[in-house]
Design a protein. Structure first.
Length: 184
């Protein structure tokens, strides 16, 4: 049982492009999991079980890669044989200054359980994510690899920051609900 595909996009029957439908990815993931999940093969056939486990791992990796704009952009650059420079440091001092301020605001808000600041940070980061996504898309389509690489590096930072905001909101909400339980 192997997964015959050229790349993650073909595995998920998606066009090789930056903009994808998350609901289409989710739907295809469920189909692929049903088709290749180890629980659906003969448990006594060790070879088939291993193949199913390998296929399932590839499917999960492909889904994770395509589901996030930063990893999807990096994957597209790799497919275009342009992924070798993705580990360079970000040289844009204005971006780094802005990003550092967002990180400081985020850390302060988490440390003080400041839901208002966390909630205000989310749309700011989302707007930056959209801007870098658009920047990546335009540069990728124009084969402007330096700009595409720069946008991808910035997307990586912003995706992590967005995830940290979400975790911070969850943590603060959890702490507040624990406090509410004290008064029940």
């Amino acid at each position: 049982m192997s997964t015959p595909f050229e790349n993650y996009f073909t595995l998920f029957e998606q066009p090789i492009q930056f903009e994808l439908s998350q609901s289409d990815l989710d739907q295809k993931l469920r189909q692929l999991q049903k088709q290749y999940h180890p629980d659906y093969v003969n448990q006594e056939d060790i070879k088939a079980q291993r193949a199913a486990e390998q296929a399932s791992a590839v499917i999960n990796q492909a889904y994770q890669t395509l589901s996030h704009p930063d990893s999807r952009a990096a994957y597209l650059l790799t497919l275009a044989d342009q992924g070798q420079n993705l580990d360079r440091s970000i040289a844009d001092l204005e971006f780094l200054d802005d990003a550092m301020q967002l990180r400081i605001d985020l850390d302060d808000a988490i440390n003080t359980n400041d839901t208002t600041t966390l909630t205000a940070l989310k749309p700011q980061i989302d707007a930056r994510l959209q801007a870098q996504s658009k920047r990546f898309l335009l540069s990728y389509e124009a084969s402007d690899w330096e700009t595409a690489i720069d946008a991808t590096q910035k997307l990586k930072f912003l995706v992590k920051l967005a995830a940290d905001v979400t975790r911070g909101l969850d943590t603060v909400a959890s702490l507040q609900s624990d406090d509410d339980d004290l008064y029940v």
